[in-house]
Every structure is written in C-alpha cells, then in structure tokens.
Design a protein around this ligand. Structure first.
Ligand SMILES: NC(=O)C1=CN([C@@H]2O[C@H](COP(=O)(O)OP(=O)(O)OC[C@H]3O[C@@H](n4cnc5c(N)ncnc54)[C@H](OP(=O)(O)O)[C@@H]3O)[C@@H](O)[C@H]2O)C=CC1
Ligand SMILES: CC(=O)C(=O)O
Ligand SMILES: [Mg+2]
Length: 424
C-alpha cells in the first residue's frame, strides 16, 4: 500500500479522525448523574463564581490547551484553509496527549482577519489553560501572537515560531559541538523568512550566532536592506550588499536551516558549503533536500529533517507537549524567552546522555549515541518530559511567572514520570 493509501486509511478507520472526548468521572448511576449534572453541578458553579481560581480545582481547564489554526500555512503546503488544517490540529492533539498527557480541543477558525482571530481566541480564554497557535502564516502570526499575549492571562505560544526555534537551536548547539565549530564563528543561511524562519533566526542569535553572520532568504532571494518589500521582521535580519540568490548565499556557509518549501536545495549547493556543514532541511512533509540526496552529495555533513522516518528529526513535536506541560503545572502566565532557552538547553543536554533501554525498545532495538546521526533526543524518550517540562517549570518559578510555584522538584519529577509511564 502507498503512504497515501495508508495515511488515508489510518485517518478514516475504524473511526474518522484521531481524537475523542473521554470522561474522567463515573456516570453510571442516578446518584452519579445528580453529581455530574444538575443538581450537583451547581455547587462548583457557585464556587467558581465566587472564586475564579477554583476553576482549576473543579474543571479540566488547567490541563486543557486550544490548538488554534486558520490553515494559512499548513506545514509546507501553504494556505489550504481552516477546514483542511483539521487533520494536522487533531495530530497535534494526539501528540500533546501521548507525550505529555495534556488535553486539547482543536479550534479551526475560518478567517484570515487577524482582529477576528484575536477576538475569537480571547473570547475562548475561559475554556483553556493555554493557547497553542499553529500553522498561521507570517506576517499575521507575529501580530496575532503579540496581541493575544497582551490580552490573555494564560500562556499563548505560536508553535511554528518558538517550538521550531527551540528544537533547531538544541540541534544547532549539538551539531556545532560535533563539527568542532563555535556558534559565534558560524555562517548561517536560513531559507524561509516566515513564522519558523524568523523565530529560528532570533533564537540562533540569542544562543550565540552573530547577527552579521546570519543570511536570510525568502521566495525572492537574500533579504537585503535595499529591498522595498520587507516586513519589520524581515528587516531585522536584512544584510547590506547586492541582491543574491540562495545558490550564491549558501557558498561556504557552515549551516543551512530550511524553513521554506520542498526541493529548493540542490546537491551542488550542499557541495558548495564549508567543511562539515550542518544542514537542517525542516520543511514538511518534504524537506528542502531529501536526507538520502544530501548524504549522497558529501559524507561530512550533519543532516536533519523535520520527518520521523530519518535520523535527526528537528521537529516541534519535541517542544510543544513538554513546554505546555511545564507551563500548565506551575500555572505560568506566559512563556518567556528564558523558559524557551531552558527548554532548548535541556534538549541539547539530554541528547548527550546515554540512551536508555526504553528508547532502544521504542525504535526496534536501534542503538543511538551522541554523534552526527543523533543530535536531538527521540520524542519517545520518556526522559524528555523530565528534562524539558522541569526546565520550563523551574524557569517560570525563578522568573516569578508561576501562579502556583513548585517547591519539591524531586516529587514533581516523579509525578511527571508516573503521568507519562501510562502513555508511552
Ligand atoms: N520541522 C519543524 O518543526 C517545522 C517546520 N516548518 C516548516 O517550515 C516551513 C515554513 O513554515 P512557516 O514559517 O510556518 O510558514 P510561513 O508561511 O510563515 O513562511 C513561509 C516562508 O517560506 C518562504 N518561501 C516560500 N517559498 C520559498 C522559496 N522557494 N525559497 C525561499 N523561501 C521560500 C516564504 O517566503 P515569502 O516571505 O517571500 O513569501 C516565507 O518566508 C514549512 O515547510 C513548514 O513545514 C514549520 C514549523 C515547524
Ligand atoms: C511541524 C510543523 O508544525 C510544521 O511543519 O508546520
Ligand atoms: Mg506547524
């Protein structure tokens, strides 16, 4: 069966879609019905009306995230509309649950008007403990996220921006170490100046890449100051000098980060890069250059894609479930830059640790050890939650952003491990 047939059958059978609601309380008897519904349900209503914080004690709000999209940048497939984004948003819900036991409602909003999206999400705030924006295209995504962070008291996080940047930065830190290159010496080319490209650029610079060594291209080529079509976000990374295409910019680069579309990188471009180049071809579902093609071009590369079927999956699946887990557990009001960097450093650190039997078992007995074929942890590694969620929660507490700070970190770590043991 082809991948297409398998994927369509997976989504259709035995029940259409990938998610369902599960009740967490028994409702088998008339007595239980009187508690779950009227008259009993009036009691938590009154408690919450008197004390809004009680919503976290009597409802599932504290573990419920909205995955919100309008379908304007679905993976690398472009603007396919809100309805067509639903399989991806249901998929994100599955990953939230599977990897971090976070519940999700997927919300597809049929609008390209930022104000309408902001208003809709703000009105939904009482339902949720956090908002994960997904596959909303640039530049609107920047304004939508910024306004919602200002308006909401719960964390709002655009996954394509920050989730991607957090994992790519972890991968970059480790790949640079393996290539024996310092971050501040790297020439970095980012192809794609949308949600993911801009956020990766910002985080690479925060991690130590020099702004002047970072070259960003969009569909029109290198982003340069003399262009009159630049958004504020693109202008942040504009270089001086003449117009150039990717094939020129990539020469002698140490790093290529692809956050654009399938197939735009050639084997000649790979060969034109510096020694021991780092190539993260992250467009989904098909990368800028395929894993086999890149490796066939030269042997000294450290190669990653966004896909699950090759080594080194640089994909935000390693981020959003675990970041929200940590943020929800301390009731963080927002997800700060320090929390994001803490998540990234935790992932980089975990990849350097010996791999456990659980991970080997989840990957059919395959052996992994820190090296060019293993620069970030595997999503099925049960330790990711302990590393990333703890790092995020701790940083929120240190920064005074936690509404419900944790004191006993060993106990929290044990609870996370327990919570996830039943899922993975
Ligand atoms: N691996 C991962 O975890 C993730 C991967 N991605 C991938 O990154 C890509 C972009 O997603 P996202 O940032 O959300 O989308 P956006 O729509 O926000 O941005 C897309 C960007 O790609 C640029 N682009 C399109 N065609 C080309 C081209 N031929 N050459 C160079 N740049 C091009 C666009 O240029 P212009 O500005 O000129 O229109 C734009 O800057 C997708 O393929 C997506 O799957 C995204 C998130 C996570
Ligand atoms: C992985 C992801 O979020 C994307 O490609 O858009
Ligand atoms: Mg996405």
């Amino acid at each position: 069966m082809s991948l297409r047939d398998k994927a369509l059958s997976y989504h259709k059978n035995p029940t259409p879609g990938k998610v369902a609601i599960v009740s967490t309380k028994p409702c088998e008897t008339s007595a239980e019905l009187s508690l779950a519904y009227t008259p009993g349900v009036a009691e938590p209503v009154k408690e919450i009306a008197d004390n809004p914080d009680a919503v976290f004690d009597y409802t599932s709000r504290g573990n419920l995230v909205a995955v919100v999209s309008n379908g304007t940048a679905i993976l690398g497939l472009g603007n396919r509309g809100a309805l067509a984004s639903k399989p991806v948003m249901e998929g994100k819900a599955v990953l939230f649950k599977r990897f971090a036991d976070v519940d999700v409602f997927d919300i597809e909003i049929d609008s390209e008007d930022p104000e309408e999206i902001i208003r809709t999400v703000k009105l939904l705030e009482p339902t949720f403990g956090g908002i994960n924006l997904e596959d909303i295209k640039a530049p609107e995504c920047f304004y939508i996220e910024k306004r919602l962070i200002e308006l909401c008291d719960i964390p709002v996080f655009h996954d394509d921006q920050h989730g991607t940047a957090i994992i790519a930065t972890a991968g970059l830190i480790n790949a640079a170490e393996l290539a024996e290159k310092k971050l501040d010496s790297l020439k970095v080319v980012i192809n794609g100046a949308g949600a993911a490209g801009i956020s990766c650029a910002r985080m690479f610079v925060a991690a130590g890449v020099k702004r002047e060594n970072l070259f960003m291209c969009d569909s029109k080529g290198l982003i340069i100051e003399s262009r009159d079509d630049l958004t504020d976000e693109k202008r942040e990374f504009a270089q001086s000098g003449p117009a150039r295409v990717l094939a020129d910019v990539i020469k002698d680069a140490d790093v290529f980060a692809g956050l654009s579309v399938a197939g735009v990188m050639s084997q000649d471009m790979v060969r034109s890069m510096a020694d021991r180049p780092i190539i993260f071809a992250m467009a989904n579902p098909d990368p800028e250059i395929s894993y086999p093609d890149a490796l066939a071009a030269r042997e000294d590369i450290i190669m990653a894609t966004g896909r699950s079927d090759y080594p080194n999956q640089i994909n935000n699946v390693l981020g959003f479930p675990f970041i929200f887990r940590g943020a929800l557990d301390v009731r963080a009001r927002r997800i700060s830059e320090r929390m994001k960097m803490a998540a990234s450093l935790a992932l980089a650190e975990l990849a350097r640790q010996p791999v456990t039997d659980d991970v080997r078992a989840a990957y059919g007995g395959a052996a992994f050890s820190f090296g060019p074929g293993y620069i970030v942890p595997k999503p099925f590694d049960r330790r990711v939650i302990e590393y990333v969620s703890v790092a995020v929660a701790k940083t929120a507490c240190e920064e005074g952003l936690a509404g419900r700070p944790i004191n006993d970190w060993e106990d929290y770590r044990k609870k996370l491990a327990e919570r996830i043991r039943k899922n993975i």
